[in-house]
Ligand binder design. Structure first.
Ligand code: FAD
Length: 317
């Protein structure tokens, strides 16, 4: 079933979460261990991230280095098919522009269609580490709105080439990303929302936010989007802080501000356990408030560690 149908049929705030494919060489059990503890809360859908290749340099002796492209977390589509088959829960594979030509994208969409997967979250992806800014493939998409346009086209039976006679349309529900505190590369929130509108006009059925720690920013963002004619559901995405490392990298990596009451308690934390206790408490309060104010769904970034999310969902839903 499509995410948008789950949202339309709901008479309460839904629950969903995101998992990462395991690192190459790890087996699928880590995925079960991420999903199983959350099953009792009946998630409506589970997202699976897509990870682009990284460039690494291998020593080849005599001072020679070989540049190699490696995908460290392959398996997104396979995990989505497994989730549907094993758990009978709808899955949402993430699909990115980076590293994909339009042909590659079309092939990936055909594969999802054949597997009976009804959803896709369409993203641009980030630059690979060796590049200072995002570079699309020569025959690929530069932004998520172009990718969404291609998916929406395939939903109408528009394949890339005309040879496909009486081509069967796909029927994929399309999600896209949004940023209550603006995307790191955006000039300001206004331009970011203007580009967001393009994604919705291209065919995005719903949006999922980047993580945030201040609900007022989410509600303000929803208001701004509505004022610009973006009327699709906007699902808030939450991530509990659980380690001292999170405090250092989350604000910098995602361009997010931590609200003062949270920040002043975080600076007093001495261990991961302290951060986790506070992070879980903070997320419970955020989730309760989002539910009370009628958010369509609360989406958790589990990063494969569902224990903290289990405590939050257990207390708030
Ligand atoms: P875009 O919508 O293309 O926006 C990128 C930037 O360009 C923004 O600053 C925007 O204002 C601007 N812009 C947008 N459209 C245009 C246009 N037409 N012309 C000019 N400028 C434009 N990354 C992964 O690699 N794998 C994942 O699985 C993944 N999952 C994610 C899930 C969620 C819910 C979120 C919020 C992010 C996820 N990301 C993932 C990260 C995402 O790929 C990055 O944030 C990326 O930098 C931007 O992706 P986007 O789809 O928002 O890009």
């Amino acid at each position: 079933m499509k995410v948008i149908e789950h949202l339309r049929n709901a008479d309460r705030t839904l629950l969903s979460f995101e998992i990462l494919p395991p690192l190459k060489g790890k087996d699928i059990r880590s995925i079960y261990e991420g999903i199983d503890p959350l099953l009792e809360f009946k998630p409506s859908f589970i997202n699976v991230t897509y990870h682009r290749e990284e460039v690494i340099y291998k020593e080849r002796g005599q001072g020679l280095l070989q540049k190699v492209r490696v995908r460290k977390r392959p398996g997104t589509v396979g995990i989505c098919a497994m989730i549907k088959a094993k758990y009978n829960i709808d899955s949402v594979p993430h699909l990115i522009c980076g590293g994909f030509t339009k042909e590659d994208t079309e092939d990936a969409l055909i594969e999802l269609n054949f597997l009976g997967i009804d959803n896709v979250l369409a993203l641009r992806g980030d630059a690979i580490k060796s590049e200072s800014s995002f570079i699309p493939e020569r025959e690929g998409h530069a932004h998520a709105d172009e990718l969404i346009h291609q998916i929406a086209g395939l939903n109408k039976g528009k394949y890339l080439h005309d040879e496909e006679q009486e081509a069967a349309p796909t029927d994929l529900c399309i999600g896209a990303a949004c940023y209550p505190e603006k995307h790191a590369e955006a000039l300001n929130l206004g331009t970011d929302i203007a580009y967001l509108k393009r994604k919705v006009d291209a065919g995005a059925d719903y949006l999922v936010t980047q993580m945030f720690f201040d609900n007022a920013k989410y509600f303000r963002f929803v208001e701004l989007c509505r004022a610009e004619g973006i009327n699709v559901p906007i699902i808030p995405g939450l991530k509990p802080l659980t380690t001292l490392k999170h405090i250092a990298f989350i604000p910098k990596t995602f361009g997010i501000d931590l609200p003062q009451p949270l920040a002043s308690e975080l600076v007093a934390c001495k261990s991961d356990a302290d951060v986790k206790r506070l992070g879980v408490e903070w997320s419970i309060a955020q989730t309760k408030d989002l539910i009370a104010k009628g958010a369509p769904c609360v989406h958790f970034y589990t990063m494969g560690k569902s224990e903290a999310v289990r405590s939050i969902v257990g207390a708030a839903f």
